[in-house]
Design a protein around this ligand. Structure first.
Ligand code: GDP
Ligand code: MG
Length: 212
C-alpha cells in the first residue's frame, strides 16, 4: 500500500476504491460492533433514498449493498471492509410508514448508541432525495448527530431526476438550513448513482477523512 505521505492523487483514490470489499458483520446492538481498529464512514437515510445504489456506485460494485437487504439485516448496522483500510457502514433505512413504534424505538436506540462515542466514526453521510429535501425523520437524525457531535454531510441523491433549476433551489434551501446544525458540513454533495455525478467527489471526501 502507498506510504502515508503520498498525496491523495486520482490514482490513489482509484486504487483504494478498487480494493476488495467484503461484508464483515451486521450489528443489531452496539456490543456486537467490530473492534474499533479502522476508520469508519457511515451512510444513513430514509428507505428508498438510494442508499444501496450509492454505496454500490461508490465501490464500483453491482450488488454489494444488497447484503444489507437480506432478512434480519435491514435493522442492523452493516459493516463492509474496503481492502484492509476502512469500514463502510450501511445504517438501517428509516421512515417506513409501516414500521411499529417498538421497532422505531429499537432502531433509534441502536443509532444513538452507535453515534455516541464511536471513536473511529469519521463522518456520517446523510442521504436526502434531491426531489424532496428534508423530511421530519431526517431532522430527527440530524438532531441526534448534532447532539452526539458526529461530523456529517448531506448527500443529495438522484440528481438525474431534476432540472438544474430545481437542483439549485434544493441545494440553496439545504445549505441555508444547515446553518442551524453545528455538526453538519456546510454544503451538500450532489450525486446520482445513475449518471455517477458526484461519485468522484464523494470518494475524494472519504479519502480526505480517513487519511490513509
Ligand atoms: N433515477 C435514479 N434512481 C435511483 C438512483 N439511485 C437509486 N435510484 C432508484 O431508487 C430506488 C431505491 O434505491 P435503493 O438504492 O434501493 O434505495 P435504498 O432503499 O435507500 O437502499 C430504486 O428504484 C433505484 O433504482 C439515482 O441516482 N437515480
Ligand atoms: Mg437499501
Amino acid at each position: 500500500m502507498p506510504s502515508e505521505k503520498q498525496p491523495k492523487t486520482n490514482d490513489f483514490i482509484r486504487w483504494l476504491f478498487a480494493q476488495e470489499c467484503t461484508f464483515v458483520t451486521g450489528a443489531a446492538q452496539v456490543d456486537s460492533l467490530p473492534s474499533p481498529t479502522l476508520p469508519e464512514i457511515a451512510f444513513a437515510g430514509r428507505s428508498n433514498v438510494g442508499k444501496s445504489s450509492l454505496i454500490n456506485a461508490l465501490l464500483g460494485r453491482k450488488n454489494l449493498a444488497r447484503m444489507s437487504h437480506t432478512p434480519g439485516r435491514t435493522q442492523q448496522l452493516n459493516f463492509f471492509l474496503l481492502g484492509q483500510h476502512l469500514y463502510i457502514v450501511d445504517m438501517p433505512g428509516y421512515g417506513y410508514a409501516a414500521v411499529s413504534k417498538a421497532k422505531i424505538k429499537l432502531w433509534s436506540q441502536l443509532i444513538q448508541d452507535y453515534l455516541k462515542g464511536r471513536v473511529p466514526l469519521k463522518r456520517v453521510f446523510l442521504l436526502i432525495d434531491s426531489r424532496h429535501g428534508f423530511k421530519s425523520s431526517d431532522k430527527t437524525i440530524m438532531e441526534e448527530l448534532d447532539k452526539a457531535a458526529v461530523s456529517y454531510q448531506i448527500v443529495l441523491t438522484k440528481s438525474d431526476k431534476s432540472s438544474a433549476e430545481e437542483l439549485a433551489a434544493v441545494t440553496d434551501a439545504i445549505t441555508q438550513s444547515l446553518k442551524d446544525h453545528p455538526a453538519a458540513f456546510p454544503t451538500p454533495l450532489l450525486t446520482s448513482s445513475h449518471t455517477k455525478e458526484g461519485i468522484d467527489s464523494l470518494r475524494e471526501a472519504i479519502v480526505e477523512l480517513v487519511s490513509l
